[in-house]
Unconditional design. Structure first.
Length: 241
């Protein structure tokens, strides 16, 4: 199992108000699985991804990445795990504007005290950004920025990709393009993908779909025939670090 949430709840306090963002959520994501997540705005989708990636902690319940419970890790261990085992893709890219595309992509490695120019080159080629490696993010189109962010999410060969509405800020053709890059790279690298999306076409490509409403999870087969968990394939593996 790549990701497991057991009875996870999360509340936020706003003044005297308490918002239940997640209410007793249990889910498992297997190796190579592509899980779609849909639900109205405010239903807890981003909160779920943040908890899954150790960016925030639940009030109740347990989160496991691989066989390790996040609550048992130190802050440093959690940060290391995020850089090595999890790739995040956000709606607004979150690229660092003063770093080149190649430097942004290499960041998970450099923050970990490493570097791997060959891995950066390879992943940039795979997302079609070789000719933009030395550009600053501000010189890219939205679709190119998201492809750079995907390259950054993949460079450390994580086992789990968490993508929060990655096409939400792109026009539909560019979004479809970016989604192709994300799903094919994830499939090739054998990683699992949890994709939060408002896009019905994107959700239909998932192996299965989770619905969140008021912090509660219900599961429903995707429109496409669910294929279930697949064994990781390594047809075009990223270079080992
Ligand atoms: N840091 C926070 N402080 C207070 N409330 C929050 C915070 N993060 C999320 N919430 C609230 O929790 C609920 C779920 O939010 P979120 O997970 O962002 O939903 P979604 O991503 O599905 O739109 C919403 O009511 C939101 O306002
Ligand atoms: Mg959100």
């Amino acid at each position: 199992m790549v990701l497991r949430l057991e009875g996870v709840s999360k509340r936020f306090h706003r003044g005297h108000e308490t918002v239940v963002a997640l209410d007793d959520v249990t889910l498992e994501v297997g190796p190579g699985e592509f899980v779609g997540m849909i639900g109205p705005s405010g239903s807890g989708k981003s909160t779920l991804l943040h908890l899954a990636g150790g960016l925030d902690q639940p009030d109740a319940g347990k989160v496991f990445v691989g066989d390790r419970e996040l609550a048992g890790m130190s802050i440093g261990e959690r940060a290391r795990m995020r850089r090595r085992e999890i790739g995040f893709v956000f709606q607004f890219f979150h690229l660092i504007p003063t770093l080149t595309v190649a430097e942004n992509v290499e960041l998970p490695l450099t923050l970990d005290g490493g570097s791997d120019a060959a891995a950066v080159r390879e992943v940039l080629e795979r997302v079609g950004l070789t000719d933009r490696a030395d550009h600053l993010p501000g010189e890219l189109s939205g679709g190119q920025m998201q492809r750079a962010a995907i390259a950054r999410a993949l460079v450390a060969r994580p086992t789990l990709i968490l993508a929060d509405e990655p096409t939400g800020n792109l026009d539909s053709a560019t979004g479809a393009d970016v989604l192709d890059v994300l799903t094919s790279q994830v499939a090739d690298a054998g990683a699992s993908l949890v994709l939060v999306t408002h896009d019905a076409n994107a959700a239909a490509r998932a192996h299965r779909c989770l619905h969140l409403k008021d912090g509660k999870l219900t599961e429903q087969a995707a429109a496409a025939a669910p294929r279930g968990a697949r064994r990781p394939r390594r047809t075009t593996p990223l270079k080992a670090r």
